[in-house]
Design a protein around this ligand. Structure first.
Ligand code: SF4
Length: 262
């Protein structure tokens, strides 16, 4: 019997959640549990899963109440502390992120991508026509199948990362001042800003490559693509300056000898 693939602890903390393209699916517990969850749903286990979920909620509530009773603290007082803490944390987070140039650049980039695809539908249909003509006329110097597959790949990359960049950056920046006193050597921290920022940087690098491919396929849109590339380049420089440890961060599996380099 073949060996069960080895799990890589914490690998999913620093990935781009593009499981479909991930070479580490068999090493990832998150992927496995999500697959299991979907299997259960398909097999009609929805009611059982919800039942389990509700039991867990009730159990947490009971434990919370027990702790409150033992400590002589009322549930209302604990609720109040909880609300106050959440509000304060959110306020601190908002003020930390306010004025972050890189986040503004990332959000602007995502909007620019939407605008590009909205305004250039005609170029896409023109390209399809061009490819069909090349196939019909057997133009020897064209390879429409290869060009179409490169375009599709670049399109998927751009679309997958366009919002993920700002999501990862926001998470990295809002945690950049945190320290983890209970960090165990060799173990990834639950949220590490350098690792999260590295994922954002990789998303930028891949988006840059994808836009370069796009520019080769749609030279008539060159100026707009140059603007997008310039935006990404600015964002990359800004992120590297803000989080200088990010590039060197070793993500479990992806950047170490537990798995091949990503
Ligand atoms: S590590 Fe890979 S399989 Fe696991 S959640 Fe991330 S992308 Fe998906």
């Amino acid at each position: 019997m073949p060996d069960k693939p080895r799990q890589i602890p914490g690998i999913f903390n620093y990935c781009d959640r593009w499981c479909e393209r991930c070479p580490f699916r068999s090493n990832c517990t998150l992927f496995e549990s999500e697959r299991q969850f979907k299997r259960e749903l398909r097999n009609g286990g929805e009611a059982a899963l919800w039942g389990e979920f509700m039991n867990m909620l009730e159990e947490s509530e009971r434990m919370f109440q027990d702790a409150a009773d033992k400590g002589g603290t009322s549930q209302e007082a604990l609720d109040h502390v909880k609300t106050e803490f959440t509000e304060r944390t959110q306020k601190e987070r908002r003020s930390r992120l306010k004025g972050e140039d890189s986040l503004r650049l990332a959000k602007k980039y995502a909007k620019m991508v939407n605008r590009y695809f909205r305004h250039n539908r005609a170029s896409f249909y023109q390209k399809l026509e061009e490819w069909f003509t090349a196939i019909l006329l057997c133009v020897p110097e064209r390879d429409p199948a290869k060009e179409a597959s490169e375009m599709q790949d670049a399109f998927e990359v751009i679309r997958w990362y366009q919002d993920l960049i700002s999501i990862k950056l926001s998470r990295a920046l809002s945690n950049r001042d945190h320290t983890y006193s209970d960090e165990k050597p060799g173990e990834p921290t639950p949220i590490d800003c350098a690792g999260t920022a590295k994922v954002a940087l990789i998303a930028m690098d891949r988006s840059i490559d994808a836009w370069i491919t796009y520019r080769g396929i749609f030279p008539e849109n060159g100026d707009q693509i140059i603007d997008l590339l310039a935006q990404l380049a600015k964002l990359t420089r800004r992120t590297e300056a803000l989080l200088p440890r990010a590039r060197a961060f070793k993500r479990p599996g992806f950047d170490d000898d537990q798995g091949k380099h990503w």
